[in-house]
Design a protein around this ligand. Structure first.
Ligand code: ADP
Ligand code: MG
Length: 210
């Protein structure tokens, strides 16, 4: 179970984590893109942090849609609309809810991942954020379906995302700017997969604190 207050806490912690990792994300994007991923995302999450107090007392759908809208309008690049869509789609399945059961959390995560696929016209294996998000979703769903509680299932999910980020080093990018590099993209870790991992890791850290 997870409530609206926890969601706000997670968003706040994600903003701080992205800010702390801004330079590393930008460095990764320098290697295979245009070096703006960390700067873009931290700008977006900073603007969300400034609005967080307006989300208090709102249902989870409004919070997630608010985050998504803000990301689309402030982040720019490919990742702004993609992360923005992810949060908005997750919000769509949380209408009127102030708490989510573990199953509803899984549904919201699924909607987010499907949103990225649709918006990005992309699938797993193309060296994008989906290489963290898809395995993370599968592990989460498998864990919850198998009777694990949210924290243990999310631990599996984070581990799957870590493996997914490692996997991005071994493959050629076929979507996004990194695709211009063809085989020269091999050996480099995808920035978007890395930021997706940070978001999941931060959610887990906050939930573990109770
Ligand atoms: P840009 O590439 O426009 O500069 P960013 O640097 O903010 O945007 O984000 C780059 C990240 O976006 C990539 O590392 C990748 O994970 C993700 N990405 C790019 N294109 C796609 C896509 N079509 N589908 C999913 N993720 C994508
Ligand atoms: Mg970039």
């Amino acid at each position: 179970m997870i409530d609206a207050k926890k969601i706000i806490e997670i968003i706040d912690a994600v903003a701080k984590k992205i800010d702390a990792e801004k330079d590393f994300l930008t460095q990764l994007d320098n290697e295979i893109g245009d070096g703006d991923h960390g700067i873009n995302l931290s700008r977006g999450f900073k603007s969300i942090e400034e609005k967080l107090s307006t989300f208090a007392d709102k249902d989870i759908a409004s919070i997630l849609k608010g985050v998504g809208t803000q990301l689309v309008s402030t982040v720019g690049g490919a990742s702004g609309p993609l992360y923005g869509t992810a949060f908005m789609k997750a919000g769509n399945v949380c209408k009127g809810k102030f708490t989510l059961t573990d199953e509803e959390f899984v549904q919201a995560f699924n909607a987010a991942v499907e949103g990225v696929k649709l918006r990005g016209k992309s699938v797993e294996g193309e060296k994008t954020m989906l290489d963290a998000l898809c395995p993370a979703y599968k592990a989460l769903k498998g864990g919850i379906d198998g009777g694990k509680n949210l924290i243990f299932a999310l631990e599996d999910s984070v581990n799957a995302a870590i493996n997914g980020v490692e996997y991005t080093k071994t493959i050629i990018a076929t979507k996004g700017r990194a695709a211009y590099l063809n085989e020269r993209s091999i050996g480099h870790q995808d920035p978007g997969a890395t930021s997706s991992l940070y978001i999941l890791q931060t959610a887990l850290d906050v939930l573990k604190k109770g």
